[in-house]
Design a protein around this ligand. Structure first.
Ligand code: TYM
Length: 330
């Protein structure tokens, strides 16, 4: 039996090349070696208010982008989190074994809490629901970008705590980060992670950006005061551009050094733009085709839900039994 992989994305904002290089592209690669479940985590999205019509549309968009990027629904289950109620159910059961201090320490929670006037309880519980997503399927491997590392450590801690309180129940999952592209930075400010929620037209390259729009953002990207590429002294902006190029082309470190050393920034940016556009073109083309048939997308999401539900239901049943909850015959 193949080991299981689980991962997900929030249907908020516009998916960008950070989401693609940090996660989605690796999901596509893992499909043949693992039994994969890729989820659109809409219950996570609503930890911050989302206009309902917009959220519904984003869920379809993310599903379309998963498929357009190469997720193959014949071998992989593509699901919407809220369509499998066991995610929320296991979320509660795990909340009850999670110390508050573990959640208050999460850096993403702290950052969001500082930025907002009032914080919903969902924001604090967010990583417990994420742990539930993964543990619900006893996933062995979780491919994510670098920013999810702390949440995955917590997931492991929750699994271990549950296992020690109630007996071996959960697989303790491994985090899988890509070698290149695990942390794509903002083009306008390379000290900040590229993010769906950061405003500013020069910040992120959306997977659905028009080619000219994407090119313009790259040509305007922040670099440093050097005149040309120097691998010894380059700043984070140049490093980020080179990282994006390398991730899209799969060039080796040697090839990168030989080709780019001494190159002027204008030329570097042109080449980065070409690599990005070449990577995005086939995704955008498949996306446009897929979106012409909404019935197809819907059927894939139904199939995904139906495929994973028996596993999810089985694990929740075991967890409830282990915890001593009363079971009434169906
Ligand atoms: P989300 O929606 O913020 O991001 C989706 C995926 O994209 C990765 N990512 C990046 N990678 C590289 N560079 C960046 N700038 C960048 N920005 C985002 C993220 O690491 C992630 O892999 N909490 C998760 C969603 C989630 C989840 C899960 C993931 C919910 N349940 C269970 C794995 C397993 C999140 O908000 O991802």
């Amino acid at each position: 039996m193949k080991a299981r992989v689980f991962s997900g994305m929030q249907p908020t904002g516009n998916l960008h090349i950070g989401n693609y290089l940090g996660a989605l592209r690796n999901w596509v690669k893992l499909q043949h070696d693992y039994e994969c479940i890729f989820c659109i985590v809409d219950l996570h999205a609503i930890t911050v208010y989302q206009p309902p019509a917009e959220l519904r549309e984003k869920i379809r968009q993310v599903a379309g982008l998963y498929l357009a990027a190469g997720i193959d629904p014949k071998i992989t289950a593509l699901t919407v989190q809220s369509s499998v109620p066991q995610h929320a159910e296991l979320g509660w059961l795990l909340t009850c074994v999670t110390p508050l201090g573990w959640l208050e320490r999460m850096t993403q929670f702290k950052a969001k809490a500082e930025a907002a006037e009032t914080i919903g309880d969902g924001l604090l519980q967010y990583p417990v629901l994420m742990a539930a997503d993964v543990l619900l399927y006893n996933a062995a491997v979780v491919p994510v970008g670098d920013d999810q590392r702390q949440h995955m450590e917590l997931t492991r801690d929750i699994a271990e705590r549950f296992n020690s309180l109630y007996g071996e129940t959960f697989v303790v999952p491994q985090t899988s980060l890509p070698m290149v592209g695990a942390r794509v930075m903002g083009l306008d400010d390379p000290t900040k992670k590229m993010s769906k929620s950061t405003a500013g037209s020069g910040h992120a390259i959306g997977l659905l950006d028009k080619p000219e729009e994407a090119r313009k953002k790259i040509m305007r990207a922040t670099t440093d005061s050097n005149p040309a590429v120097d691998f010894e002294t380059m700043g984070p902006g140049v490093q980020n551009l080179l990282g994006i190029f390398q991730a899209f082309t799969d060039w080796s470190q040697d090839e990168m050094h030989r080709h780019f050393t001494g190159m002027r920034y204008g030329d570097l940016k042109k080449q980065v733009a070409e690599a990005v556009l070449a990577g995005l073109a086939p995704i955008q083309q498949r996306y446009a085709e897929l979106m012409q048939d909404p019935g197809y997308l819907e059927s894939i999401l139904q199939e995904g839900r139906d495929r994973v539900t028996p596993t999810a239901a089985g694990i929740v049943k075991t967890v409830k039994e282990r915890m001593g909850l009363y079971t009434i015959a169906p």
